[in-house]
Design a protein. Structure first.
Length: 119
């Protein structure tokens, strides 16, 4: 079966065309193609799925909520889409209101002190 990768909805998809189109005198472009999304992602595709860089994705691999890759060979790892979806669901969420960053809050306190206000 002939397969070619194609971008599909933010993740890489695969086009599968029927075999024999070229053998019977027709070009492969006339064969109907079915676009499917892969069940296993490369590290680059998994990072894109998360919306982060590969470096950030590798950093996230150390987190307790992150799934483990599937080992297909000594140096061949893939990430299952379902595992990635569960990892996304398990990611920590921000609770409550996001306050000011510490350094901005510290600068505000210092300005108040220099103005003579009691903190």
């Amino acid at each position: 079966m002939m397969a070619a990768q194609q971008a599909h909805g933010g993740t890489a998809g695969i086009q599968i065309a029927r075999e024999g189109g070229a053998a019977c005198g027709h070009s492969a472009s006339h064969s109907p193609a079915i676009a499917i999304a892969p069940a296993l992602f490369t590290t680059e595709q998994a990072a894109l799925y998360f919306g982060v860089s590969e470096a950030k994705f590798h950093e996230m691999r150390g987190e307790a909520w992150m799934c483990a890759p599937i080992q297909l060979g000594p140096r061949l790892m893939r990430w299952a889409r379902n595992d990635l979806d569960r990892a996304i669901a398990a990611m920590p969420r921000m609770v409550g209101r996001c306050g000011e960053p510490t350094q901005l809050l510290r600068a505000k306190v210092e300005r108040l002190k220099s103005a003579g206000a009691s903190v």
